[in-house]
Design a protein around this ligand. Structure first.
Ligand SMILES: [Zn+2]
Ligand SMILES: [Zn+2]
Length: 243
């Protein structure tokens, strides 16, 4: 029986009744629903579940600080529940085939009329990439590139590992994230689609976006699979530290 029904679903634990590319049942694979946002930043279009992160003019904190490295942000779902579990399996459970399922979600999140010239994955520091064996954002970027027929370029490189920000002073955090990205070649006049798996504060994506613009990009649109749900007020000091 094990040969026919090789595993239980790694998300819900139910026995798998059919072959699939990953040990996740079809119900769990189709469970993540699009982010339901009632509020959007007027500048960058980042969706929010409530009005709290937006000021009177309708701008989010990053736009208000004028430090946003991307011009618009699109995301599929909320980083919670099944989607969060699937992202974890993808990143830490070595389930690269999930990229195909995520590709469908990304394609749904991105407005078809956007004229994007090139897709650039959010880079991982080489050490992290070596440890994980792949860059999850690169797999997602390739999926959207293939579906929309847009070239994918590994143009951004992460010079240092910025994941361990805790314990640093604000000034050090700022320096840490700001000089973290290096762009290979020029992107003059290009509309770049920057792809990342999860959007949290947007500070890292912002720093990468600014680096892309220094390399000539005319416009940077951020596309992420999931975003953390900031129901609570965002920590402005953290944002300023990255600004
Ligand atoms: Zn399941
Ligand atoms: Zn904004």
């Amino acid at each position: 029986m094990n040969l026919i029904f090789p595993d239980d679903c790694h998300v819900c634990g139910e026995a798998l009744l059919e072959f699939s590319r990953v040990p996740v049942c079809s119900r769990c694979l189709s469970a993540p629903t699009p982010f339901e946002a009632e509020f959007y930043c007027v500048s960058c279009k980042t969706p929010f579940v409530n009005r709290a992160p937006l000021d009177e003019a309708g701008q989010c904190a990053l736009c208000r600080l004028g430090t946003k490295g991307f011009d618009a942000a699109y995301t599929y779902g909320s980083y919670e529940g099944t989607l969060r579990q699937l992202v974890h399996l993808f990143k830490y459970g070595k389930m690269e085939p999930l990229a195909a399922d995520f590709g469908a979600m990304l394609a749904r999140a991105l407005p078809r009329e956007l004229a994007v010239d090139v897709v650039v994955p959010m880079p991982l520091h080489w050490w992290k990439r070596w440890q994980r064996g792949f860059n999850q954002s690169e797999l997602l970027a390739r999926e959207i590139g293939r579906r929309w027929n847009i070239p994918v370029r590994n143009a951004a490189r992460r010079k240092r590992n910025t994941s361990a920000q805790a314990g640093l002073t604000n000034a050090k955090r700022r320096a840490n994230v700001e000089g973290a990205f290096e762009i290979r070649g020029r992107l003059d006049g290009k509309h770049v689609l920057l792809v990342d798996d999860v959007l949290t504060t947007g500070a890292t994506a912002s720093a990468c976006g600014r680096a892309l613009k220094r390399a000539g990009a005319a416009r940077v649109t951020l596309l992420t699979l999931a975003r953390t749900d900031r129901r609570t007020a965002i920590d402005l000091n953290t944002l300023r530290a990255h600004a």
